[in-house]
Design a protein around this ligand. Structure first.
Ligand code: 6MZ
Length: 383
């Protein structure tokens, strides 16, 4: 019998496929992305140099993996625990290197990491750093990474904190980002993040973002994360800042979603974070919202740029590959769809042309290796 090449339907994406996929990660907070084993190593080093270091050991303090995950305890977890471990220059540089290593090992080819400039006070054993010094330290690790011919390119976004920073401090952060960018360092944008539980008038921060916009420094903002930060007036205010991307975009009224799509604004969606932190609106009285209730489906159906972000891989325990796998599982995405998702993510990236070419080349090579995008000959007759 002659063997006619036929088409086999591709298997749904599995874990291995999602790890191999050249992924784009645009929403990852540095301090929250540090894995528990890395935190433990940093803690041990600090305890070794200072036996009086009195922060509880991560192995014990984080034995219950849900610690810090609920949106009400989440921000305190950073302030009262993580930042006490990450308060020296060496812990910051070890952590940054480890985060880059983890994302690359998981198959990410382009990473936009973000961090809030934070001074490190001197201790009995270490010198301190100003907030600018700490950002420069992080950037030096990223710069070395990018020049070491690693398959993953990385850049940094500076975060302004909606609760901690005054309008003047916000302006200083934008100035810092512009200065660093002018020096050729990989700073690609500014963010607005921080505790979204307390309503706050965002208008006083507007001049800082207007300054960024005027200097062509792209803006991303955490948007409608919880009802307290999703009033119509707050959302309208944030949209006047001309953000190129919106993080989370959960509690957004339908008419405003349409406006966002029409204006070509990209969304950064975080599946595991939103489910575990219980940020999604309740749909049914009987059960908590799960992955299938996530608003990903709405944005996926539109022709907009959207990306999957881990938010805080260390806190929520879900690497980028798992976020892609979850999207495939709960929204019936095929292997080809996941490649399209990477391309749609890249449309919202703050990177330059060189990085875009690098990512596109990685995606094309992947498609050809995996037999995607063209008929797959098969020597057997279909069942
Ligand atoms: C629901 N997800 C989120 N929503 C809002 N802000 C978040 C966040 N996840 C993290 N951050 C912000 O990022 C800081 C940690 O990283 P960096 O010290 O900046 O590297 C947190 O303190 C918080 O302000």
């Amino acid at each position: 019998m002659s063997q006619v090449p036929s088409l086999l339907p591709l298997e749904p994406p599995d874990d291995d496929f999602c790890r191999r996929l050249p992924k784009i990660e645009l929403h990852a907070h540095l301090s929250g992305s540090i894995t528990r084993p890395c935190l433990q190593r940093i803690w041990e080093a600090r305890k070794g140099e200072d036996p009086d270091f009195d922060v509880p050991e991560p192995r014990l303090a984080l034995a219950d993996h849900s610690v810090g995950q609920g949106i009400n305890e989440f921000f305190a977890h950073f302030n009262t625990y993580l930042y006490r471990i990450l308060s020296t220059p060496s812990s910051l540089s070890v952590a940054t290197h480890s985060v880059l290593t983890e994302f690359q090992a998981d198959g990410v080819v382009y990473l936009e990491l973000r961090t809030t400039p934070r001074a490190l006070p001197p201790t009995a054993h270490t010198q301190g750093l100003t907030a600018e010094g700490a950002v420069r330290l992080i950037l030096s690790v990223i710069k070395d990474w990018n020049t070491s011919s690693s398959p993953m390119h990385a850049s940094l976004i500076l975060t302004i904190d909606r609760i901690k920073h005054s309008p003047a401090q916000a302006m200083e952060i934008v100035d810092l980002a512009l200065r660093l960018r002018d020096e050729g360092l990989p700073v690609v944008g500014v963010d607005l993040a921080g505790d979204c539980n307390t309503p706050r008038d965002m208008a006083p921060l507007r001049p800082a973002y207007a300054h960024a916009q005027a200097a062509n420094l792209p803006i991303t903002v955490h948007f409608a994360e919880v009802p307290n930060s999703a009033s119509e007036s707050e959302l309208r205010e944030l949209l006047t800042w001309n953000p190129r991307r919106l993080g989370h975009a959960i509690h957004v009224p339908e008419a405003m979603r349409r406006l966002i799509v029409d204006r070509g604004i990209a969304v950064e969606l975080c599946l595991t974070c939103n489910v575990l932190a219980r940020m999604l609106p309740s749909q049914h009285e009987e059960h908590e919202p799960g992955f299938v209730d996530h608003h990903f489906a709405w944005w996926w159906a539109e022709d907009c740029s959207l990306s999957l972000g881990t938010d805080d891989m260390g806190v929520f325990g879900s690497p980028s590959s798992q976020e892609y796998r979850l999207a495939a599982e709960h929204f019936a995405l095929s292997r080809t769809d996941l490649v399209s998702l990477c391309r749609r993510a890249m449309r919202g990236a703050f990177s330059g042309l060189e990085t875009r070419d690098h990512v596109e080349a990685a995606l094309e090579a992947f498609e050809s290796r995996e037999g995607l995008g063209q008929p797959r000959p098969h020597s057997e007759n279909p069942p």
